[in-house]
Every structure is written in structure tokens, then in C-alpha cells.
Design a protein around this ligand. Structure first.
Ligand code: OGA
Ligand code: MN
Length: 294
């Protein structure tokens, strides 16, 4: 039975109604969710009063979960599932992170437009972010439709971009905000990885621009020229017509397809109000260079 879906934006993003994720959906419902994701790229499920175990079980039902954490101070873990990402402003004891805490500085990188785990050899497929504690103002998450952005590019630009390979690293994105404070171990763990700049999206047969603030260079292009190009493309791809801004309510679960969208966190008073969000993330099938060419 098809899911009841209502669009949230003229181009992409939809709300899925009628599911209660306290019970893990079976394969037929998961296949329906995949169909909605292939069409819309972002799905919102309201009023999901799930706990960590239920969120993990839902993620695992949709596909293989990412196993590795991409954080600094990796030993300071608040959540019991090692591979559930802590997208909060909270310390291990649940108190607000201090203004100058290294984890807060690092997490501010989420305010830049990005695609999750584009800095990993095999990047992320879906991310599923659940709002446990939502602050009173701000803190929207914005999504940009990278398939619409691709479709709107001039033909000549599409042809130029298609063969390009970009290198992605957490070190590049954090450097944009002036964060350079890594241990030797983190520098090794965050070494750049190559990804196609243009992707073929198998579930829709469409193409997307695979942009992320994690990009720091492009093969065969002088770096200042490459980065000027990336800036122009990000500006193009994030024009308001291509953006859906999600206003969080407690117990929203938002799923996005990192192969077809970018996203960013918006500002809020994060040293005053708590924001507790938890993310489960599906891994893609292979490095993008091993996937079908665009
Ligand atoms: C993420 C992310 C944005 C936000 O969870 O991957 O970038 O608004 N979140 O917290
Ligand atoms: Mn993210």
C-alpha cells in the first residue's frame, strides 16, 4: 500500500504520514520509503516518540549503517550506540558544551553546506536525524536539491563538470571556519578522499552535483580556480528556489538522501539552550568513483 505523502516544497521534500517507528517497519514499507526518498530526497516524519534502540532498528531496516565516527575527542561519547552520531550541543553529562570547547568549534562545521560523510571513502546514503530536545528559536536545518541544481546548469558547464574528481576532507571544511587544531591521529583519520563531482542517482535516473564544504581541491585544476568554481556552484545550488528549510518540532525524524541533497544547520543560542539531535546514517554501496559514471 503506498504511503500517504504530502509535498513540502515545489521541487523536493515531503512529509510521510501514518507511520509509527516504535515498531520497525517490514521490507514492504521500507521499499515504499525508498520510493519516496528516490522521488523527494528529503522525508519528514512527525511525532515519532522513538528511543535510541528504535531509531537504530529503523535505520538498520533501511540498509547497512555507517560504523565509524567522524568526530574529534572520539573518546568523549555521550550516546550508548557507538555508531549513532551525537548532533547536540551537550557534554557527556548532558550539560551545555562550554563556549570554547573543541567539540563545539568542530561541530560548527555543520553550519556550512555539506553532504554527510563525503569525506569518507564510501560516503553516506541516507541520514536520519531525530529531534529529542529542540531549542525555542532558530536551529532550522536547510536542504538544497542537488538534482534540480544540476538540471538548471547550462549544458557547457555540465559537460565541464562531468569528468571532475574532487577531494573531500573534514580538515578542508573546518579550515573554512579557521579550525585547524588536530591531533596527529586525527590528521591521519581525516585524510582527503576522492569523489565524483557529478553523480548518477540510481533510484531516479537523474544526475546531481556532489558538492560539500568538505571539498578542498579538484584533480587537474589549480586549487584557487577549483575552489572559486566550487563557491560558484554552491551559490547556484543553494539559491532559495532549491532550498527547503525544516523547522524542528520535538520528535521529528527527518531523512535525507546525501546523494541528491546538501544540508546545513542554522544558528541558535547554543550556549543558552539545549539541542539534542541524534543521527543514524546509512552507508552508500561503494566509493563514488566505483559507482556508475554520470
Ligand atoms: C547532520 C547535520 C544539521 C543540523 O546531522 O548531519 O548536519 O541542523 N545536522 O543539526
Ligand atoms: Mn550533516
Amino acid at each position: 500500500m503506498p504511503l500517504h505523502v504530502t509535498p513540502l516544497h515545489p521541487l523536493f521534500a515531503a512529509e510521510i504520514h501514518g507511520l509509527d517507528l516504535r515498531q520497525t517497519p517490514g521490507p514492504e514499507v521500507c521499499a515504499e520509503i525508498d520510493r519516496v526518498m528516490d522521488r523527494y530526497g528529503v522525508a519528514v516524519l512527525r511525532d515519532q516518540a522513538i528511543d535510541d534502540d528504535q531509531q537504530m532498528a529503523f535505520g538498520a531496516a533501511l540498509g547497512p549503517l555507517e560504523q565509524e565516527r567522524a568526530v574529534v575527542d572520539v573518546h568523549k561519547v555521550r550516546l550508548k550506540h557507538y555508531n549513532m552520531a551525537d548532533i547536540s550541543n551537550l557534554d557527556v553529562d548532558g550539560s551545555l558544551l562550554a563556549v570554547d570547547d573543541r567539540r563545539r568549534m568542530f561541530n560548527l562545521g555543520n553550519r556550512l553546506w555539506h553532504s554527510d560523510s563525503s569525506f569518507k571513502p564510501t560516503p553516506a546514503k541516507y541520514s536520519m536525524l531525530h529531534g529529542r530536545v529542540v531549542p525555542p528559536d532558530g536551529a532550522d536545518t536547510e536542504f538544497a536539491d542537488m538534482r534540480a541544481a544540476w538540471d538548471a546548469l547550462p549544458r557547457a558547464m555540465q559537460a565541464t563538470l562531468k569528468p571532475m574528481v574532487a577531494w573531500h576532507s573534514l580538515i578542508y571544511s573546518r579550515a573554512l571556519l579557521g579550525f585547524t587544531d588536530y591531533t596527529d591521529e586525527e590528521r591521519v583519520r581525516f585524510a582527503p578522499v576522492p569523489q565524483r563531482l557529478v553523480r548518477f542517482h540510481p533510484g531516479s535516473g537523474r544526475h546531481s552535483i556532489y558538492l560539500s564544504s568538505h571539498i578542498g581541491r579538484i584533480d587537474g585544476v589549480p586549487t584557487p580556480e577549483a575552489m572559486a568554481l566550487v563557491r560558484d556552484l554552491v551559490e547556484h545550488a543553494t539559491q532559495r528556489a532549491f532550498v527547503y528549510a525544516h523547522k524542528w518540532r520535538t520528535n521529528d525524524l527527518v531523512i535525507w538522501d546525501n546523494r541528491a541533497t546538501m544540508h546545513r544547520a542554522r544558528a541558535f543560542e547554543d550556549t543558552v539552550h539545549k539541542r539534542d539531535m541524534r543521527r543514524t546514517t546509512l552507508t552508500d554501496c561503494a566509493p563514488t568513483l566505483e559507482q556508475r559514471a554520470a
